[in-house]
Write a protein that binds this ligand. Structure first.
Ligand code: SAM
Length: 211
């Protein structure tokens, strides 16, 4: 991890993702979480105030040490036990079928190999376990998409590898999840190239069986 990504991006993310317009989406996406949860791209812990009481534990996966340090006041204040179990959503140090739910917020844009991370989530979720997500991605409108394609190279450099044009819902279903609910909308108060959100819940059929 380079100096900029290690020392600057986590602070930028803490501010940019901590604005009050994200609160309603965080509340919505955390609704219904229960049991043992894995959160990929934990960042500075901005979802912790919205974990429902039914959450028993959270296994946090976050590569940036600074983000984990920034998260500490929120981690300590949370009634839910939270431990950092790993650094990479593409290689989760969790047993097959060992978690009840997974949470990903504004993270699938950044993980280098999203298909690998989704396969890992499917592996660690019990059959019927749920993936709760709110993510930005490819916009529905052609004019916004044009800007997204123009700006993506800059965005990737400035924002730690963040892609603007990923088809998040298509990637989730391609990984074998079934959508239980999805809402796609533009987030208010954010430039549209960054504001095309998909918020939903997808159900895992369990790990892929066989060789
Ligand atoms: C835009 S931030 C979102 C942070 C947090 N989820 C939130 O909602 O505030 C993306 C996060 O994904 C993390 N990340 C990047 N690559 C990752 C990977 N391979 N596995 C897990 N997390 C990753 C980054 O360090 C960063 O904390």
């Amino acid at each position: 991890m380079g100096w900029y990504r290690e020392h600057v991006v986590p602070r930028l993310v803490d501010v940019a993702c901590g604005t009050k317009n994200t609160v309603a989406s965080r509340e919505r996406v955390c609704d219904g979480l229960s049991g043992d949860v894995v959160e990929i791209g934990f960042g500075s812990g901005l979802n912790t105030p919205y974990y429902p009481p039914a959450v028993r534990s959270v296994a946090a996966v976050e590569p940036a040490d600074l983000a984990w340090r920034l998260a500490q006041p929120r981690v300590q204040a949370s009634p839910v036990p939270i431990r950092r179990v790993g650094l990479d959503g593409e290689a989760l140090p969790l047993a097959d079928g060992s978690v009840d739910a997974a949470l990903s917020t504004w993270t699938m844009c950044t993980i280098p190999h999203l298909d690998a991370a989704l396969a890992e989530l499917r592996r660690v979720l019990r059959p019927g376990g749920t993936l709760h997500f709110v993510e930005h991605g490819l916009a529905p409108d052609a004019s916004v998409r044009r800007w997204q394609r123009r700006l993506e190279p800059v965005q990737k450099r400035v924002a730690g590898g963040c892609h603007l044009t990923r088809e998040i819902v298509g990637s989730i279903t391609a990984a074998g999840f079934t959508l239980a609910a999805v809402d796609s909308f533009y987030d208010d108060g954010v430039p549209r190239f960054f504001a095309a959100l998909s918020l939903g819940v997808a159900v895992s059929p369990g790990p892929v069986s066989g060789p």
